[in-house]
Design a protein around this ligand. Structure first.
Ligand code: ADP
Ligand code: MG
Length: 918
């Protein structure tokens, strides 16, 4: 315990008021502040002798201290993976009661010890919470100018480094105490006024190494004999201005620690890591200190130097506590064990001594205790986290850790505010003020000179102004006199001429009397006046003429204007008329457009309905060879469109009449794909009516439909066109036309490319119709018709298969007719193209439409003796036997029976196998 605080601490330790100093905010930690009193029940060995600050002698600053106690928190690490498995059957060796701040240590199955701590942090406690309860009060103290220490003590692997040093770069929630402390400090200080500097050290084997400069590996610890302050002048000090540089510094330190420990062949758990953060803050104004704004010549008399508060935060990640007990047992040297033990056990001894109020505290015993001298019982606030694991296997270690914490609970310290006067900065400030005054002086001198100059200039201006005014007045006076003079001369001249006239009149009167030539003299003076008068008259006349002309012009223009107005009026009415016409036209157009739109919708509706109807009809099948499309044709009753005026007529037919077939067909080649689709649907609907078919073919519709198969890629068009072709392919003439125009090739390639089963159904329907033509058999087969038909079975859709089966049945029927007429010899082309195996495979299908066609096909094939061998070989004979027995239709049953019994090959075979088919 330092000399400066020893007495105070002793006094309070012996005092009767007991409570814990809960320093949750900076206010409650400031000097002289009352802290809450919390009485505690004393449990077993622990008597948490916490001291309230109520009777503190702490004043504002100076050496006055605030008594406090080392705050001790216990933190339990969650079970790790290994413990989950290894200790699965065992309960944790501790039980925490955080709300009571108690920890129960299981001694054995029937006995537990209970301890009380300042904070009990469970395995679920967040890093933020840990920071707030353990470190924040200390950090706030440091910002207020107190030293502070945060230490973690515990067995290796219990979370000391996690609690203190975790960087939390991957998960911010993981940030440990060091990182969070710096964040708080940076947020609080002003970087212009204050400074933060950091050292990072490792203490190993009683040597202090610089983690920021590995070469610096034996740093001395210096104690100020007066203040008791501990410092390490040899350690690297890094100024911190932002969080990122601090994180980098921690990383660098960690890397160096790793490297150093590798070199020393040891591990970090055997050394102590020490982070020192020095915070230096300037206080702007204090009581009795005038503010800088009142800067004048008096200020230096009352000015006090600015106050600087210095706080040092020391964070110590201690070596694993197990070293104390297991020296030499885990691969390290005795020497190493001794020195590690030395520091930790010295710490323990100091704690014991302080707790027991001993007069001697052996701080000097180890480097660690020397370093922490101002943390324990000194002028600092101290928090200790003891970390423990849950495993019952480490009960002994956990117990000793808890005991260490319990002893530390009793350690009191006298918190001392570290403030000092900063003369350097005072002198700096005075210099600034001096400079300000010099500048001000210069400014005033300049202003004085400027003022003099201004006054001189003003005087000069006034003088010259007065001179000017005088000169002007003089000039005016002169002019006035000159005018007066001229006036008097004039008057004199007038008087003189009056006198002359008078004289002349007198002479004239005398002259009359003498009868002389004075009159002629008088005539001569009137003549020019007369001339002038006549000149004026002429001018007057001219003027009058001009006026008249102008009036004339005005009249003319007025007339013109009236004319224009008339024209304008008639023009306007013309425009109005045209406008009206235009409006009518527009209305008409809109009406027509409306009608077109209606027709469009109706058309679309009709094609859709027609498609559907056809599909339905075909689905319901037919027994005849060309049944589906036949019945579609005959049954297609297109719905009536809602046009009252034309209610009876079928819309497609009406369209047909109105638009004309040629026009509709021409739309099959339209640019617009939609138009093409509509057109082909209309054609397909028309083609479904037998009455229209001839007309369509004659107008070139069949050719156009085949062209569509060739020229478009659109599957809808293919489907509808193929449907139309299938409908047209119902009479012999058209079938031949289709074949002549290469239709079978086009249908085959359409089939090969189609995806939609309905397209395949249409194509198969068309080919199936062609298959029913006796004349086309060879051509159809040679152009790949049968192969195309068989190729479509890949789709597997029953509708398609039904058409394929129908085609095969048609083809077989024609062949059997030919063979009975003697025109066909040899095997069936169907069998040659491999149809038989498909026939046999599908002969038992559940789909009646397929089955019926296949049964017919089998019967037809069987009628030709040339096929018999092959049919026996492929098993088709057995299908015939089955048909002859089970077929639901009597006519087919008897047909099968007849064919079986009329074929020598079948009969032989049946006999050989002893099958009775009677
Ligand atoms: P020590 O420094 O005491 O040897 P560490 O801090 O290295 O222990 O922790 C040992 C392991 O346990 C590390 O993997 C650490 O991440 C994990 N750990 C420690 N404490 C906790 C905790 N409270 N929550 C989750 N994991 C923890
Ligand atoms: Mg560690």
């Amino acid at each position: 315990m330092s000399a400066s605080s020893g007495t105070g601490a002793v006094n309070y330790r012996n005092g009767t008021q007991r409570g814990s100093l809960r320093t949750q905010s900076s206010n409650s930690t400031s000097a002289g502040q009352k802290s809450s009193l919390k009485s505690k029940s004393v449990l077993r060995k622990s008597s948490p002798a916490a001291l309230g600050g109520g009777s503190s002698k702490g004043g504002s600053g100076g050496d006055a201290g605030v008594p406090g106690r080392v705050r001790v928190a216990v933190r339990l690490r969650p079970r790790n993976g290994e413990e989950m498995i290894a200790d699965a059957d065992f309960a944790d060796c501790v039980e925490l009661q955080p709300e009571l701040k108690r920890l129960k240590l299981r001694k054995n199955n029937w006995d537990t010890d209970t301890f009380e701590f300042d904070e009990v942090l469970t395995e679920y406690s967040s890093q933020k919470r840990v920071y707030e309860v353990v470190a924040k009060p200390v950090v706030e103290g440091v910002l207020d100018g107190y030293n502070g220490t945060i230490m973690a003590y515990g067995q290796t692997g219990t979370g000391k480094t996690y609690t203190l040093g975790q960087l939390g770069e991957e998960d911010v929630a993981d940030r440990g105490i060091m990182v969070r402390a710096m964040e708080d400090i940076l947020a609080e200080v002003s970087l212009e006024m204050d400074s933060i500097s950091v050292s990072y050290l490792q203490l190993y084997m009683e040597t202090v190494q610089d983690l920021l400069d590995p070469a610096n590996d034996n740093i001395a610890i210096v104690e100020d004999p007066k203040s008791g302050d501990v410092s390490l002048p040899g350690a690297t000090l890094v100024d911190i201005r932002d969080q990122q540089s601090f994180l980098e510094l921690l990383q660098l330190g960690e890397a160096h620690r790793f490297a150093a420990n590798t070199k020393l062949n040891t591990e970090s758990s055997r050394s102590h890591a020490i982070l020192m953060v020095n915070v230096r803050r300037s206080l702007k104004t204090r009581d009795g200190l005038p503010s800088e704004s009142s800067g004048n010549s008096h200020m230096t008399k009352t000015l006090k130097p600015p106050v600087v508060r210095k706080g040092k935060l020391v964070v110590v990640d201690l070596a694993g506590s197990e070293r104390i007990n297991k020296s030499g047992s885990e691969g390290h040297t005795l020497e190493e064990a001794k020195s590690i033990n030395l520091s930790l056990s010295a710490l323990g001894k100091c704690i014991n001594a302080l707790a027991e109020n001993s007069s001697h505290v052996p701080f000097r015993d180890s480097k660690l205790t020397r370093l922490l001298r101002d943390s324990f019982g000194g002028t600092a606030r101290t928090s200790l986290v003891i970390t423990i694991g849950p495993s019952p296997r480490h009960r002994g270690e956990t117990t000793s850790t808890i005991m260490f914490g319990q002893r530390a609970m009793k350690v009191e310290n006298m918190v001392k505010l570290k403030e000092e006067f900063d003369y350097k900065s005072l002198s700096r400030r005075l210099e600034v003020q001096l400079d300000n005054l010099i500048e001000e002086n210069e400014r005033q001198q300049k202003a004085f000179v400027d003022e003099i100059e201004r006054i001189t200039v003003e005087a000069h201006n006034q003088i010259s102004e007065a001179e000017k005014r005088y000169a002007n007045a003089l000039e005016e006076e002169k002019l006035r006199y000159q005018n007066d003079y001229m006036e008097s001369i004039k008057k004199l001249e007038e008087n003189w001429s009056k006198n002359q006239k008078k004289l002349a009149a007198e002479r004239f009167a005398l002259g009359e009397k003498n009868g002389l030539d004075i009159t002629s003299n008088g005539n001569r003076s009137i003549a020019p006046v007369l001339e002038e008068v006549s000149e004026l008259k002429m001018l007057l006349q001219k003027e009058a003429q001009l006026k008249m002309a102008a009036e004339e012009e005005v009249k003319r223009l007025q007339h013109q204007l009236a004319e224009f107005k008339k024209v304008e009026v008639s023009g306007n009415s013309e425009i109005m008329r045209l406008h009206k016409m235009l409006e009518n036209e527009t209305q008409q157009k809109e009406k027509l457009e409306g009608e077109i739109a209606t027709l469009h919708t109706q058309l679309l509706q009709l094609s859709l309905t027609a498609d559907e109807t056809r599909r339905n009809l075909e689905k319901h099948g037919s027994e005849k060879n060309s049944g589906a499309l036949d019945s579609f044709m005959s049954q297609l009753r297109l719905p009536q469109i809602q046009d009252p005026g034309n209610a009876e007529k079928q819309p497609v037919a009406r369209l047909f009449e109105q638009v004309g077939l040629q026009r509709i067909l021409s739309l099959l080649e339209a640019e617009d794909a939609d138009v093409r689709i509509h057109a082909v649907k209309v054609v397909a609907n028309l083609a479904a009516e037998e009455a229209n078919q001839q007309q369509i073919v004659e107008a070139g519709g069949l050719t156009s439909l085949l062209m569509l198969l060739r020229n478009t890629e659109d599957e809808t068009i293919h489907r509808v066109a193929a449907g139309a072709i299938a409908n047209l392919a119902m009479n012999e003439t058209n079938q031949e036309l289709i074949m002549d125009q290469g239709g079978i090739g086009l249908l085959s390639s359409t089939a090969a490319n189609a995806q939609d089963p309905q397209t395949l159904r249409m194509v198969a329907g068309a080919i199936a119709n062609l298959c029913g033509n006796d004349k086309l058999q060879t051509k159809l087969r040679s152009e790949g018709g049968i192969a195309a038909l068989l190729g479509m079975v890949r789709c597997g859709h029953p509708d398609v298969l039904a058409q394929v089966a129908r085609g095969i049945a048609n083809f077989a029927k024609c062949e059997s007719r030919a063979s009975s007429q003697g025109t066909k010899r040899g095997k069936s082309l169907l069998i040659e193209d491999g149809a038989l195996s498909w026939i046999v495979q599908n002969a038992k299908t559940e789909t009646s439409a397929i089955r019926r066609h296949i049964e017919l096909a089998l019967c037809h094939l069987a009628q030709h003796e040339g096929n018999a061998k092959e049919m026996v070989k492929e098993g088709a004979m057995w299908e015939l036997v089955r048909i002859s027995r089970d077929c639901s239709r009597e006519d087919i049953r008897s047909l099968a029976h007849r064919t079986l019994t009329s074929s020598p090959t079948f009969l032989t075979e049946l006999r050989r196998l002893r099958v009775d088919i009677r």
